[in-house]
Design a protein around this ligand. Structure first.
Ligand code: ATP
Length: 274
C-alpha cells in the first residue's frame, strides 16, 4: 500500500449525542459563466449513513458531488472530509483523503479499452505499490463482492449489460477499500429488478464495510429502500435534509409533488406521509 497515513476521522461531536460527520460542506458556491448552480450550500454527511441527494433536474446534484471531490472548482465555501479542509490541506494530506473515497460516475465511466479486471486494478496501480499478482487478487475479490461472476473480469465494458457495468464500476470504486463512496445515479437505466438488486447490494456493502454513501438519485424506490436520510437540493441550497418521514411533511411545492405525488404513492411513500 502507499506510504501516506490517512488523517484520523474527526469525531466532530458536540456536547450531546451529535453524530460523527465525515463530510462537512459550508457556504459552497459553484458556478459556470454568470450562473451559480450551487449558491451557499451547507451539508453534513454522517458516518455510516446512506444520504440520498435529490432535487429538480439541473439543480446541481451531480455538480455538488463533483465539487465535494474537487473535480469541479468552487467559487466559495469549504469542504471538509474526515476533518480535513481539502483546500487548505497539503498535497499529501489531500491524497490521503482521496484514497479514502471511491466514486461511481453516471454511466459507470469505465475505460472501454480495458477489461473489467484492468479497470478495477487501475486505482491500485495509481495509488499503491502492490505487485501485479496482489492487484489481480484484489480485483478478483472485488468482482465477487459486487456479485459478478469471475469470468466478468475478462470482459470489456462493451460486452456487459447495464447492470453489470454498474457493478463493475462499483467494484472499481471499492478497489482501495474506501470509507466513503459517491454514487451518481447508480440505478439510472436499470430495470426495476436490477435497480432493486443494486440498492440491496449497496445496503449490504454499507453494513458489511461500514461505508458512508453519498448517493445522487431520482429513484424513489432507492430513497425508500436504501437511504437513511435524504437531502433535497433546490435553488442552489439544501432545502431540507432528514429521514423520509420528514420529507413527506415538507410543504415546498416541488417536495409535495415529488414525495406525495402520483409516483410517490405508487412507490408506497404516501403511506409514510399518513
Ligand atoms: N461543466 C459544466 N459547464 C457548464 N455548465 C454545467 C457544467 N456542469 C454542469 N453544468 C450545469 O449545472 C447545472 C446542474 O447540473 P447537474 O448535472 O448537477 O444537475 P443535476 O441536478 O444532477 O440534474 P439531473 O437530475 O438532470 O441529472 C445544469 O444546468 C448543468 O447544465
Amino acid at each position: 500500500m502507499a506510504d501516506v497515513t490517512p488523517p484520523a476521522a474527526t469525531t466532530d461531536r458536540g456536547a450531546g449525542d451529535e453524530p460523527e460527520l465525515v463530510i462537512k460542506v459550508r457556504d459552497l458556491v459553484v458556478g459556470f459563466g454568470e450562473r451559480n448552480v450551487i449558491d451557499g450550500m451547507d451539508m453534513d454527511v454522517r458516518k455510516g449513513e446512506i444520504l440520498g441527494v435529490v432535487g429538480p433536474s439541473g439543480t446541481g446534484k451531480s455538480v455538488s458531488l463533483r465539487a465535494i471531490i474537487g473535480l469541479t472548482p468552487k467559487r466559495a465555501g469549504t469542504v471538509e472530509v474526515f476533518g480535513v479542509d481539502l483546500d487548505a490541506a497539503s498535497a499529501a494530506d489531500r491524497l490521503a483523503v482521496e484514497r479514502r473515497w471511491g466514486v461511481l460516475f453516471q454511466q459507470g465511466a469505465l475505460f472501454s479499452s480495458l477489461t473489467v479486471r484492468q479497470n478495477i486494478e487501475m486505482p491500485l496501480r495509481e495509488h499503491t505499490n502492490l505487485s501485479p499478482k496482489l492487484r489481480e487478487e484484489i480485483a478478483r475479490v472485488k468482482i465477487d463482492l459486487v456479485g459478478l461472476k469471475p469470468e466478468a473480469g475478462d470482459r470489456f465494458p462493451s460486452e456487459l449489460s447495464g447492470g453489470m457495468i454498474k457493478r463493475a464500476a462499483l467494484a472499481r470504486a471499492l478497489a482501495l477499500d474506501p470509507d466513503i463512496v459517491f454514487l451518481d445515479e447508480p440505478t439510472a437505466g436499470l430495470d426495476p429488478i436490477g435497480a432493486n438488486a443494486f440498492d440491496r447490494l449497496i445496503m449490504t456493502l454499507k453494513d458489511a464495510l461500514g461505508l458512508t454513501v453519498y448517493l445522487v438519485t431520482h429513484d424513489l424506490d432507492t430513497l425508500t429502500t436504501a437511504c437513511d436520510r435524504i437531502a433535497a437540493l433546490k435553488g442552489g441550497k439544501v432545502l431540507a435534509i432528514g429521514p423520509m418521514s420528514e420529507m413527506v411533511k415538507n410543504d415546498d411545492p416541488w417536495m409535495k409533488e415529488y414525495f406525495r405525488g402520483e409516483r410517490a404513492r405508487a412507490a408506497g411513500i404516501g403511506a409514510t406521509a399518513a
